[in-house]
Ligand binder design. Sequence first.
Ligand code: E4P
Length: 218
Amino acid sequence: MKFFVDTANLDQIKEAYDLGVLDGVTTNPSLMAKEGITGRNNILKHYVDICNIVDGDVSAEVISTDFKGIVKEGEELAELHPNIVVKVPMIKDGVKALRHFSDKGIRTNCTLIFSAGQAILAAKAGATYLSPFIGRVDDINWDGMDLIDQIVEIYANYGFATEILAASIRNPLHIVKCAEMGVDVVTCPLKSILGLLNHPLTDIGLAKFLADYNKGNS
Ligand code: E4P
């Protein structure tokens, strides 16, 4: 299972990378805006800065919604660095662009996936990664994990090469459930990755070991 961090914050990306468990990064226009990165040139430079921190795939999202625009933008993004993966929305022209990129050997991440039908289309179009949004499905009172379960089953039925990149992860339990289902990649905020560390018995056990050591060595 690969771990990607879902942020455009360079400090958090460094922290996740230094932990030694990071395989890549995903960003989106909202995450860029949150860091105050605006304007085409600044955004492109920021992608390169991220690629210079992490030795792994970095998803960079297109803004265009028409085929020609998506292709032009995606090709420009892919030229920035060999680790760039072009993030394309699940819309009709996006599906056409996924096929175009796949035929040209440009790797893609099909984003904004909320149904199994969309997942089938993206795989058929040759997407490298597929991003189903767990948390946003949970937010409308459906079960995001049911969606993941469905996609895992369908992809296994046909041996689709597209990797499932579970996104919109809100807590460590989402990560564990994805692992149980055999999801290829999870992309999560740093706090969800760090949340995997927590167990009260670990804290209690460590405190006791240290206290006993100090008794014998004081
Ligand atoms: C990742 O590729 C997505 O853009 C991201 O996980 C969305 O997460 P959110 O629903 O917390 O905004």
